[in-house]
Ligand binder design. Sequence first.
Ligand SMILES: *Cc1c(COP(=O)(O)O)cnc(C)c1O
Length: 432
Amino acid sequence: MSELALFGGKPIRNRPHPWVNTMGEEEINAVNGVMKSGIVSAFLGRSGEGFLGGPKVQEIENCFSTKFGTEFAISVNSATSALHTAVAACEIGPGDEVLVTPYSMVATASAILMNGAVPIFVDIDEHTYNLNPKEIEKWITPRTKGIIVTNLFGLAAMMDEIISIARKHNLYVIEDNAQAPGAKINNRYSGTVGDIGVFSLNYHKIIHSGEGGILLTRDEKLARRCRLHRNHGEMVVDDEKDYETITLGNNYRMSELHAAIGIEQLKKLDHLLNLRRILGEQITSGLQLFEGLKGVHIPQGFEHTYYAYPIQFIHQVWGISRKTFSDAMNAEGFPLGTGYQKPIYLLPMYQHKKVFNHTNYPFSLIEKPVQQYERGICAVTEKMYFETLLIADLCRLPYESYDIETFIEAIQKVWNERGRLAHYERNYTPMP
Ligand SMILES: *Cc1c(COP(=O)(O)O)cnc(C)c1O
């Protein structure tokens, strides 16, 4: 009989889980090249050549627009800056509402507040964890100006359905593609399907330059507004024929060093994704042995990036809580995340409606809000967060097929001992 590590037995895995940096000689040489050139940034806060940045910044933009097949790419210093920029470029502002998934990193919704607009949260689909197109229309009001979807964990949202609703109501669609560079929807890349797609080059992401972000669009006017927002806004428009309604700009510019690193990283993307897909598919087939666990569901024609691997834990089948299961897996050497991120509307800033101190702006601008940020407004998201979802971070270097085999073995071991765990749980831990 196997002895669970949770009760002092031998864990299935006792190797540490190292973090492997995907940077190497290529990035070091690229950075040295920039240092030798002496040009670490070449932006100027006015119109003319300096408006577009230096050679590496322009090169990374060309590389992204070529790779993903959009006409325009605009580099910035993070995906958070890119999201802020995207909402501003769509001329969304105070008094407007933007529909957004509550199951994402906070920056997705913060971008709306940064522009003085109000986020309205739309529940997710329980198979893809992405904004559910069927839930959109009930939240649309005359104030609704856009939709921000996140391609969560590396799987694209149901963009065809979302875009057709958006067109009907004249809404912009922004894709937060930070977790899904290289994901596909029927031969199109995610992040290129909406009006603007946002990519992250933060060091936690699939490819990175330490910090960085990219916006992709096919719309020249949106591209121009993004570039303005990155580079001090209207202050630089000294020879513009058209009046640009963006009045406020930031300095969200990427340095030449970060651009040079990002160029090398983009070359590695396909290789890194192949490794991830092998491991991800192996997890999916391993999980099929267990009735009480559900792996990823990939709609026909979609390709996942496996930024994270979400697993649904069906506690009714296991007879133990998600917490007990994850404690046991952790003891066996496989730490799992529980729940991913709290539904954004349940975070204190939304509960207290205090974004800017001493005022309820921008919520105060809307007389009869279509939504209160109460428990229950996005029931599927809450179920995933509070009850069901586990996150495995195993689809990356240095993991290999052997690690996935032992992961599945560890699950089997915990399954075999679930009776003992149920007893332990009843006697030693308060039930939720
Ligand atoms: C990481 C992440 C961001 C923020 O990216 P930064 O480049 O760190 O600002 C935004 N949205 C999602 C979905 C993310 O995963």
